[in-house]
Design a protein around this ligand. Structure first.
Ligand SMILES: CC(C)(COP(=O)(O)OP(=O)(O)OC[C@H]1O[C@@H](n2cnc3c(N)ncnc32)[C@H](O)[C@@H]1OP(=O)(O)O)[C@@H](O)C(=O)NCCC(=O)NCCS
Length: 215
């Protein structure tokens, strides 16, 4: 719960949006036209909520998160730092909704990890974790947990490849090593199939176009 209503003085909230009280909204966050942010929401610094974004009570949104037009972020969803939600991406919070049998106490948790991307019009069936820097292709339907750096596409969503933090496809050699061709960052795929960033080049950490701010 949020105890003190606090909207940083540097925030921009369009006059046609509603922000209920109490909420906490950090420095530099911009909320564009026709949004509704319910009470007890925390939104970090330097976030962008595009047109017609709805954020339901108790949702937590980290820093530098971008939510494109027409996205509803329902209770139970957490967006970590640098998460990106493409236009009209869909979250859910009840697996088996029935109008006759309300399930408000059965909301499932969905965690979107740091740096993850959800493509336009993708649907995330609730109760799953989207690992750090994973990439959900446009129109995919996520029905399982997604490992870090995985590229998931299709209906139902399947892992079809791997993406660097920067958003370039990773091609692993016979030693399980791949290099991002934009930043030079090095990744390793272990025997279990998990992918880790093992060497971060100075360019990869601080690339000015990567929107991965040095911290
Ligand atoms: C998934 C994605 C990153 C792939 O990009 P890419 O690596 O350049 O891939 P390509 O365009 O070369 O396509 C490779 C194959 O994947 C298929 N593919 C591409 N995007 C796909 C998608 N969203 N779902 C299913 N298949 C897809 C292509 O049809 C192609 O298949 P083919 O080889 O049989 O012809 C990209 O297509 C995508 O979905 N990006 C998200 C865009 C978005 O939502 N942006 C939101 C902000 S505007």
């Amino acid at each position: 719960m949020v105890e003190h209503h606090s909207i940083h003085e540097t925030c921009f909230i369009h006059e046609n949006s509603y922000v209920d009280s109490p909420v906490v909204i950090g420095r530099g966050t911009r909320i564009w036209h026709f949004c509704h942010v319910m009470s007890n929401v925390r939104i970090g610094e330097q976030c962008v909520l595009g047109q017609n974004v709805f954020v339901q009570s108790t949702v937590r949104i980290g820093n530098h998160v971008h939510i494109q037009n027409n996205v509803s972020v329902y209770e139970g969803v957490t967006l970590e730092d640098h998460a990106f939600c493409g236009p009209s991406a869909v979250f859910t919070n009840v697996v088996n909704p029935r109008c006759e049998f309300p399930r408000k106490n059965e909301y499932q948790v969905t965690r979107v990890g740091r740096g993850a991307t959800i493509g336009a019009n993708a649907t995330v069936v609730c109760g799953h974790t989207l690992g750090e820097h994973c990439f959900i292709a446009a129109g995919a339907v996520v029905t399982h947990d997604v490992p870090p750096f995985a590229l998931v596409a299709g209906v139902p969503g399947r892992i079809v490849g791997w993406m660097s933090r920067y958003g370039r496809r990773l091609h692993f050699d016979s030693d399980g090593i791949a290099r991002c061709n934009a930043t030079g960052d090095v990744y390793r795929k272990s025997a279990s199939g998990a992918v880790d960033l093992i060497e971060s080049s100075p360019q990869g950490s601080c690339h000015e176009h990567a929107s991965l701010a040095c911290r």
